[in-house]
Design a protein around this ligand. Structure first.
Ligand code: SAM
Length: 343
């Protein structure tokens, strides 16, 4: 039986489901988008992330890990949650020697990661070190709400004949609380993705962290800056590097994601928000880019065309990580626990 049919059967017997339940099944069920044997986060996959664009992403973040280790000392662990194909960890571990662990929900990714790093089901109960999550929280199941007649209503998933459709539902108390605290002044008709799971995930990591830092890297913005996108909301699907079909149309066949509302994450103690281009520049990536430009010129002068092309490819990838309207516009939420040098 297809995943879609199983969702239809569940709704037929239990009634409409909250959107986060639909997202949970669509992405993480055995037949879900991340649940199967297909590796999704790789260059040939469905979306292109910073570590898949360039090994310089992991290489640059290695400096951050070193900086935190210099501050808090041993014992020290690096934990990457949602480690995907390992494209962040591999170059990072080439640059520095650190005990590293990957946490992954996808069986395909776990298999690949276990070739070079220990893989865990969940975060350790106590953590000293750095936790990195690149493009995790935009994939965590979220509820959906719409502003109707000046009130909040939820949008659940129900049936119209045998088609999945959004249906109206009264908002649950935790959804209303989140909306009041973090949605901002949304106009009539506006759609909001209610990212309760992202907040509880981050809160739990902060609680487990004895000393060190967390980096949550993702697309998104403050609630205020997202207001202009609220008329249609930011919920969308991706497949094969392009925007995909309506989120209810092909469950299990597409990524389902939305812009992260960082206002709902930034009010934790020790948290600061940065742009990815600034964060990576501060760690030396812009300096590295200048070196690559010089090296490219040098190779051109010496007539070594193969070397010039190689350097040029590396340089283009670094530029992509810093592009102010692309990956550079991603946000890095940094949470420091137990130290604060002001770097
Ligand atoms: C968009 S991919 C990003 C992968 C990688 N970080 C990258 O940037 O290429 C999202 C990943 O999050 C993983 N994931 C989702 N929920 C998770 C969870 N609760 N714990 C660990 N991994 C999770 C998925 O399996 C998927 O591999």
């Amino acid at each position: 039986m297809s995943l879609k049919q199983r969702i239809i059967d569940e709704i037929s017997s239990l009634g409409p489901m909250p959107f986060e339940r639909f997202m949970e099944i669509s992405l993480y069920d055995d037949e879900g988008f991340f649940g199967g044997e297909v590796l999704r986060s790789e260059k040939g996959g469905d979306f292109l992330t910073s570590p898949e664009v360039s090994p310089l992403f992991g290489d640059t973040l290695a400096r951050y890990v070193e900086m935190v280790r210099a501050e808090i000392g041993e014992p020290f662990q690096l934990i990457e949650v949602a480690a995907g194909s390992g494209s962040l960890l591999r170059p990072l571990l080439e640059r520095i020697d650190v005990e590293a662990v990957a946490v992954e929900a996808s069986p395909a990714a776990r298999k690949l990661l276990s070739q070079f790093v220990s893989v865990m089901d969940d975060l350790p109960f106590r953590i000293r070190g750095v936790v990195i999550a690149n493009e995790l929280v935009d994939n965590l199941p979220m509820a959906l709400a719409q502003r109707v007649d000046g009130e909040w209503r939820e949008r659940w998933v129900g049936l119209d004949d045998s088609s999945l459709v959004f249906v109206d539902a009264p908002p649950r108390p935790q959804v209303v609380d989140w909306l009041q605290d973090y949605a901002g002044e949304v106009s009539e008709g506006g759609w909001v993705e209610v990212q309760l799971a992202a907040r509880s995930w981050l809160t739990e990591v902060v609680e487990r962290l004895e000393a060190g830092a967390i980096l949550v890297i993702d697309y998104g913005d403050s609630a205020e800056n997202l207001l202009t996108r609220r008329q249609d909301g930011t919920l969308r699907t991706y497949r094969a590097h392009h925007l995909g079909p309506h989120p209810l149309d092909e469950p299990g066949e597409t990524d389902i994601t939305a812009d992260v509302n960082f206002t709902a994450l930034i009010d934790l103690p020790g948290a600061t928000l940065h742009r990815q281009d600034d964060f990576l520049s501060h760690l030396g990536l812009r300096h590295r880019l200048a070196e690559l430009r010089r090296d490219e010129l040098e190779a051109a002068r010496s007539g070594d065309e193969m070397e010039r092309l190689r350097i040029r490819a590396v340089k283009t990838e670094a530029e992509t990580l810093l592009h102010p309207r692309g990956l550079g516009d991603f946000r890095v939420l940094e949470v420091r626990v137990g130290w604060n040098r002001g770097n």
